[in-house]
Every structure is written in C-alpha cells, then in structure tokens.
Design a protein around this ligand. Structure first.
Ligand code: IMP
Length: 429
C-alpha cells in the first residue's frame, strides 16, 4: 500500500520537518495537503538549515516529485520567495519537480489585511493568528468567492479577476473596518507577473496522485499544523482554518483511504503551543523557560514563521490519545527527546480533573478544557546528553522508560525517535 500520512498530534511545531525529511527518503512523491505559509518546517541537511513554509520538504531530495494540494491556501509572493531561496541553494525547483493543484486557493493582500484587523478587533479574545491571511482565505473558499490557483493559467484574465476582487474587498476594508484601501491596479499588475511565472506549475494533483498510486509509487503526505489546531477537531475557536488531521490529506489531495497504509502521529516529547487557547499542562515558570530555550539556537521554541516564543509545558498524554483516536495513528514518531535531558523529574499528564471528576478523554469544548487541571504521573529524568544516541540501547534507562510509557499511555508504537536536529540524530526502531 503506497501512502503514508504524517499528522501533528499536538498544536503544531512537533518537529515534522525532520521526520518528513527522513520518511521522504523512501517516497516517490511528497505532498502538502492543507494550510499555507502559516507553517514552518525546519530541515537540517549537511549542517545547512532550511525553513520551508509552502514547498514540501521532499524538494531537498533530487528525485522526488513534490505536490501542493488543493486543500492548501497559497500566497504566490511567499511561494516565489521560497522558490528563489531554494534555487539560490542549488535546489531544482523546476515545474518537472513541483506541481501546484489548480484547486488550491490563493491568498491575496486583502486576506492579510483582513486577518490583521479582525485579530485586532477581537481584543482580549484574539486567536493569535500568524497574520498570513489564512482564515480570511479559507472563509472566501467556503463562501465560494475565492480565487483558485488554476486561474493563473490565463494571466490577463486572472489579473482582471484580482483587480475586481481587490476593489470589492476595499469596500469592506474601508467601510466596515475604517482601513485604507489597497491599490487594486498595483496588486493586479503584481499578480499578473506571479501568474506568468507560476502557470507552468499548475496541475491536476489528484490525477497525478491516483495515477502514481495505481503504478505502486509511494506517496508521503506532509501534514502541517496539528490535530489540536484542526478546524473541526481542535480547540475551537483557537484553531487554524484548515484540516490538518488525516481526513484533510484525502480531501486536500483527492484520493481514497484504500491507498493509505500508515498514519504517523508526530509527538514532541513535551508540549508547545503558539497563540491563545487552552493548554492544560502549560509551565509558566522556570521549567517552561528551560524547555523553550533562549532563542539563540534555531532548535529552541520560537516560531519558524513568526519568531514568537512558544508556550511550553509537560507532555499531555490525554492530547496524544485524542489525536490517535481522531487520526487512527498506526505509528508515532517522537521528537526532541534530547531537550528533556537534565530535568530531575519529568511529568506526563495521564488524565484531567474537571469539577472534581476525573476525565480520561479530552473534552471537545474549549471552555471545559480551559477549566481542566492535569493529573500528572512523575517519572525520573536523566542527565546524559543523548544527542549522539543511534539505538534505543544508547539511551539512559530513564529515557527508555519515558519512551515506553508514552507507548503504553497512547497504545500506539513509536517507530522513530529524534534526539537532535540533524538527519543522522534519529533512532529508528
Ligand atoms: P492562523 O493559521 O494563522 O489563522 O492561526 C491560527 C492559530 O494556529 C494560531 O494560534 C497560530 O499560532 C496557530 N498556527 C498556525 N500555523 C501554525 C504552525 O504551523 N505551528 C504552530 N501553530 C500554528
């Protein structure tokens, strides 16, 4: 069976870039299925660090076909910048290697402007979005007024469409939000140029995927964000506007579940979250600061896309169990275990307490989740630096016990453990 789907099991930033890069080695096609440049996947190859936001990580191999699915929202300006950066590093980003689904929606400058004013308007209830225009672009898609990538095939007509759309959104921006109008003519001209460059990349991604799988090629579906940020299954309204969960891969790429044989849940060895919303195991003091790092190291817990410090806390097994249920994980990939070295005691939330009652399952309502207290189990920590470990036996006993306990609590085997940012700092089981 040819398809593997990779899904974040927490609030994103699980270190997907590295694991996807490792899994991509065995894939023929690598596809992003949802989200946009709110994502940031960091991959370190031969000491060189790549921060990818839109282009699938498979691009860093020479022989993979990379697909951007119809479930994505794409800012053409960001995409072209990323393509130019990759090219400057000698990466082949020709249309023979990279395809954009004609049904992916485009992010226009008014989406970004609206994201900004709508966030400000929420005041204390702000979601803490990445301000990349993601929510407004998906809102237009649902309202059936979005502009799709396929429209770029005809740059003239596309630019007129963009012009009309900017004029129309200007009414909302100026009359409803009291914002300055955007320059429709300038934007239309810019987008005309983007279309001329990107038109050769537009393709029927669903057809490519299905033909490849019929031919027994292997597909890796690269998730972005995480289960708890899913529009339906996350901590609504503190979520993103796409479906980062397993169903989003099928819907976003246009293929059926009979091709899927692995669903890999990415689990960071502790928990982080960027933006607002409930976070039961959050650590607000010195331990949280230790998990976060100072920002001096790119591996520290600061956003790849926005640079914001991430909120940090202990591992929450209730969250991972929930993600395993929603996505049907067949395997887990544990990341950043090395960051836990030097804690005397580690804690894992195994259940919650809510109004004096013990909850084994994550409550689907954010208001209830916000009022839950963690019920922790304590485990001994370890002091050894584990970044050189290449087998499970190289790990100290306490680290092995921690790994085993996660498998027990979630009921899904861990196939790979990350002990550092490099490709080689990976324990494969
Ligand atoms: P949006 O996707 O920009 O609308 O942001 C909505 C929420 O999702 C905010 O809390 C963001 O911080 C969060 N978010 C979006 N993308 C990512 C990501 O790639 N990693 C972590 N959090 C994200």
């Amino acid at each position: 069976m040819p398809a593997t789907i990779v899904v974040g099991s927490q609030w994103g930033d699980e270190g997907k870039g590295k694991v996807i890069d490792w899994l991509a080695e065995d894939a023929d096609l690598v596809a992003r299925y949802a989200g946009g440049d709110n994502a940031g996947h960091t991959v370190t190859v031969a000491g060189e660090r790549y921060a990818l936001h839109l282009v699938p990580s498979g691009i860093l191999y020479r022989d993979k076909l990379c697909l951007m699915g119809g479930g994505m929202v794409i800012n053409p300006a960001s995409l072209l910048k990323e393509m130019r950066d990759l090219e400057a590093h000698g990466v082949d980003i020709s249309s023979a290697r990279l395809k954009i689904s004609s049904s992916a929606h485009l992010i226009l400058p008014y989406h970004i402007a609206l994201d900004g004013v709508q966030e400000s308007g929420r005041g204390a209830d702000a979601i803490g979005t990445t301000k990349r225009g993601i929510g407004p672009a998906y809102a237009d898609k649902s309202a059936r007024v979005g502009i799709r990538a396929g429209a770029m095939r005809d740059p003239e007509e596309f630019s007129e469409k963009v012009y009309r759309a900017v004029e129309q959104k200007n009414r909302i921006l100026t009359q409803l939000y009291g914002q300055p109008a955007l320059e429709a003519k300038v934007i239309a001209a810019e987008f005309h140029d983007y279309a001329r460059t990107l038109a050769p990349y537009i393709a029927d991604v669903s057809l490519i995927v299905n033909q490849a799988m019929e031919a027994d090629k292997r597909l890796l579906c690269e998730g972005a964000q995480g289960t708890l940020l899913d529009l339906d299954h996350g901590t609504y309204p503190f979520v993103t506007s796409s479906a980062p969960t397993v169903g989003g891969a099928l819907a976003g790429l246009g293929f059926g579940p009979r091709y899927v044989d692995r669903v890999v849940g990415l689990v960071k060895a502790y928990t982080t979250r960027v933006g607002a919303g409930p976070f039961v195991t959050e650590l607000l003091g010195e331990e949280g600061d230790r998990l976060r790092g100072t920002g001096a190291d790119p591996w520290d817990e600061f956003g790849t896309t926005t640079g914001r410090p991430r909120r940090c806390g202990w591992l929450d097994a209730v969250v991972i169990r929930y993600a395993a249920r929603v996505n049907g994980f067949t395997h887990l990939a544990l990341t950043k275990l090395d960051i836990l070295s030097s804690f005397d005691v580690l804690k894992i939330a195994v259940a919650y307490e809510y109004q004096g009652e013990r909850l084994e399952h994550l409550p689907p309502d954010s208001e209830i989740l916000a009022a839950c207290q963690p019920i922790f189990e304590e485990m001994p920590g370890w002091s050894e630096d584990i970044r050189g470990a290449s087998t499970l036996e190289d790990l100290p006993l306490a680290a092995r016990q921690y790994v085993k306990r996660i498998e027990e609590l979630v009921g899904v085997p861990i196939m790979v453990i990350g002990v550092g940012p490099g490709r080689e700092q990976t324990i494969i089981r």
